[in-house]
Design a protein around this ligand. Structure first.
Ligand SMILES: NC(=O)c1ccc[n+]([C@@H]2O[C@H](COP(=O)([O-])OP(=O)(O)OC[C@H]3O[C@@H](n4cnc5c(N)ncnc54)[C@H](O)[C@@H]3O)[C@@H](O)[C@H]2O)c1
Length: 260
């Protein structure tokens, strides 16, 4: 028997980056729970295909710029109950990655979340309810080999979700930070040899991420760990950073010598 998610029946839900992968799985799952769903993605063809499949509304475009249109599509002021800030860029590279790569990582992986919160907080705080779901990554708690802009921006996304939760929880805001390791999507494929080394062996399906989120919603839990072992890695990082860095450096060297 799953957790009680009856509050999702009839709820207005927006999922960004939902043209495929984790976002599409979240959109499908919310629709199956009886929510009224808006599917957003930069790619208009994939946005429309997912929306048609699940009886949702398609609002293509940049996740940072679609709050007003999504709100209108769901019925006007106060109609968005759940915002899933899921759109993300894989942003590989080291310190020498182009400035454009760093800027895009910051813009999509962090600022899109900030902009959505800015647009939604006034109405959510006024009525005393709202739910903000951030698809972060285990990289936001730990790191990702070979992807400095991704790791840094995902730490930012996690920090923002955490900040929202602790600042507004007594005013009715629910926040969930989803922090998976590998998930079998286009992004995992694009992660190349580093993804194959550290993510692919334990990769899960996008539907598993949706299940984990629904459990967390039912249990009113902030941190969503579709790979439960991430809790132990996070604890190790906090309690013994030297040892954790040494372990991660072994992974880095394995990648440099073998898998690259
Ligand atoms: N796949 C993994 O292993 C994994 C692990 C941890 C976290 N994540 C996170 O999950 C989220 C979803 O990624 P995914 O794995 O489903 O990959 P994906 O590439 O299948 O999906 C990402 C989607 O976001 C869309 N997108 C990119 N920029 C956008 C923008 N500015 N506005 C609207 N849409 C935009 C893309 O078009 C794409 O459809 C991302 O935030 C990613 O960082 C993925």
């Amino acid at each position: 028997m799953g957790a009680d998610t009856s509050a999702l029946q009839g709820a207005g839900v927006v999922v960004t980056g939902a043209g495929g992968g984790i976002g599409a799985a979240l959109a499908r799952r919310f629709a199956a729970e009886g929510a009224r769903v808006v599917v957003n993605d930069l790619d208009p063809v994939r946005t429309k295909a997912v929306a048609e499949e699940i009886g949702a509304i398609a609002v293509p475009g940049d996740a940072s710029a679609v709050v007003d249109e999504a709100r209108e599509a769901l019925g006007g002021p106060g109609s968005i109950d759940v915002w899933c800030a899921n759109a993300g860029l894989s942003s590989p590279g080291d310190a020498f990655a182009d400035e454009d790569v760093w800027a895009a990582a910051w813009d999509v992986n962090v600022m899109a979340h900030v902009r959505a919160a800015r647009a939604l907080l006034p109405e959510w705080l006024e009525r005393g309810s709202g739910r903000f779901v951030s698809t972060v990554s285990a990289a936001g708690l730990l790191t990702m080999i070979g992807a400095a802009p991704y790791s840094v921006s995902k730490h930012g996304a996690y920090a923002f979700a955490e900040w929202l939760s602790l600042t507004y929880r007594h005013r009715g805001l629910k926040v969930h930070a989803i922090c998976p390791q590998g998930v079998r999507t286009d992004m995992l494929t694009a992660a190349g040899s580093a993804g194959e080394l550290v993510l692919a062996p334990t990769a899960i399906e996008p539907e598993d991420v949706a299940d984990a989120l629904l459990d967390a919603i039912g249990a009113d839990r902030f941190l969503v760990l579709p790979h439960p072992e991430v809790a132990g890695y996070y604890r190790n990082r906090a309690t013994d950073p030297e040892r954790w860095l040494g372990t991660m450096n072994h992974v880095q060297r394995a990648w440099e010598t073998g898998a690259r």
